[in-house]
Design a protein around this ligand. Structure first.
Ligand code: HEC
Length: 194
């Protein structure tokens, strides 16, 4: 091993040992959970956006509606299984009925919307806390999802008729149109029972 390679190896081992020891400290639990949730959210969001852009460019908006329908739930289920967290998206105006919020998510998203109405950018809004649920302590993390230009093809006010028809076919109870750039389209919602 060259001297440089040896140094890199030792540094990597030291960093690993540090990460392990900080994981074991009980007083680190809260910041670690929030950091972990934020990291997972980033992975999840990037994965969805990459898949969406690929589909929009490759097969166009009508095909991309079908693609989101077939693939989006699996991306969340996959990440949940790999991470040990429950990872999903929710919205006050859901497209997929399975994305409807629980009471906690509704309250947090209403508070996010109040902040946006008062001038806060949707992209800045997140909340992390431990709540009591059915006698258990649950760590919950939510992060607002802003509406961008790219989203308007399927969530805006003027959908192409063929896009609107495909959405109606797959989601007869769709509520997720009429959004403007900067609106909160929904939120990432992660939870972990402690
Ligand atoms: C090609 C059409 C299309 C585009 C473009 C699109 N979406 Fe969606 N979106 C969908 C479909 C279809 C679903 C339902 C997926 C499912 O069944 O889980 C959905 C679901 C969602 C959900 C989950 C909650 C719900 O209502 O079911 C969020 C949040 C969301 N989209 C945000 C966005 C954002 C943010 C953008 C822009 C970056 C975007 N979408 C762009 C089609 C689209």
């Amino acid at each position: 091993m060259s001297q440089k390679a040896a140094f890199v190896f030792v540094a990597a081992v030291a960093a690993g040992a540090l990460a392990l020891s900080s994981n074991r400290q009980p007083d680190q639990t809260r910041p670690n959970l929030a950091t972990e949730a934020a990291g997972l959210t980033k992975t999840y969001g990037a994965g969805l956006l990459g898949a969406l852009k690929g589909a929009m460019e490759g097969i166009g908006p009508v095909g991309a509606v079908g693609f989101c329908h077939d693939e989006a739930p699996g991306i969340a289920a996959d990440l949940s299984q790999r991470s040990g967290w429950t990872v999903r998206r929710t919205s006050l105006k859901p497209r997929n009925p399975a994305a409807a919020p629980d009471a906690y998510e509704r309250k947090v998203m209403e508070a996010f919307n109040a902040k946006i109405a008062a001038g806060a950018p949707a992209a800045s809004l997140k909340q992390a806390e431990i709540v009591e649920q059915d006698g258990k302590r649950v760590f919950r993390y939510m992060q607002a999802i802003p509406t961008a230009e790219l989203c308007l093809a399927c969530h805006g006010s003027e959908l192409k008729p063929e896009v609107a028809a495909k959405i109606k076919e797959l989601y007869p109870d769709d509520q997720a149109t009429g959004f403007k750039p900067g609106d909160m389209r929904g939120a990432f919602t992660l939870s972990k029972t402690l």
